[in-house]
Design a binder for this molecule. Sequence first.
Ligand code: SF4
Length: 358
Amino acid sequence: MTIAPGIIKFFRTRLHSWHTGHNSRQLPWKGEKDPYRIWLSEIILQQTRALQGLPYYESFTGTYPTVQALAAAADEDVFRLWQGLGYYNRCKNMLATARYIATELGGHFPRTHEGILALKGVGPYTAAAISSFAYGLPHAVVDGNVYRVLSRFLGIDTPFDTTAGKHQFATAAQLLLDETDSAAHNQAIMDLGATICTPAAPRCADCPLHSKCFAAAKDMTALLPVRSKKIVVKERFFNYIFLLHDGKVWIEKRGAGDIWESLHQPYLAETEKAVDVSVLRQDVLFDNKSIRPHELTDAGMAKQRLTHQLIHCRFYIMHLTDMPMPNGTAGMWLSISELKKLAFPKILVSFLRNNLYF
Ligand code: SF4
């Protein structure tokens, strides 16, 4: 791929002057040079909006000011701090990487792009962000904002979620990168995508790239960028049953190989479709003789959308006269105060807060 030198110069100059004169997007990690704090912010912001990630960034940097402090933390404490952000693999990888840096690299963050890219949970985008923001290395970031700005400005209609598209956008971003100040350039293009070249109703009249923008000239902003695949969303039906006895709740840890690994939950009966309480009691719990025949109280429902799954949750409460362990599971009976030390999926945190004085 080639881009005319005049277009490259125009892009760099206009972006730079917009960034220094008009970019008012304020985020606490902007201008940060500490690779640990940049890395934390980037891991938190993967699949999370900046405003949602902000309090988490402040909690993590406040609680664990150095990579050594994070590496020394107990898993459960870190999961608990992460609670509500979702995509818990990010948290697991983050902990593994902190411990790797603390023990294998003497607590020093890698200083090369290759070294950063080799860290667990760090992909090309995060490696380019850390490399440029912390060390000024000439690597262009390519995230959703960059796909949007570049596809519209250059008129690239190759789907960005294909191998060819990823390569084309990465090449274009690298060609346009102002290597004399890669940190400012990378920050500027992402901020432009977040505030001006937005997915719906981009503010082209306020955009520094407007006079040479392909999509603005052809009235194609609604058509670019192009995505090839529709995300297939699987629906799942979780019936959560809070088994209560003498002020204690039965809780288990979720296993590997599914969403929310290592988080906690009450007794779960997953069904292939939504079922009402009579079906749940008769058919689903029938095999679990240890927790029959107590009454189930319907305690409401909620939904949580993940990237590829839509989880329909129904909550039930069942007061038991004794403390059996539901068949085939390895849970424990815990007091409400003990529950507060554990990490739960977001949807359960809301329920616990509202119903069990969590
Ligand atoms: S002119 Fe409009 S479409 Fe083009 S880059 Fe700017 S905001 Fe995006």
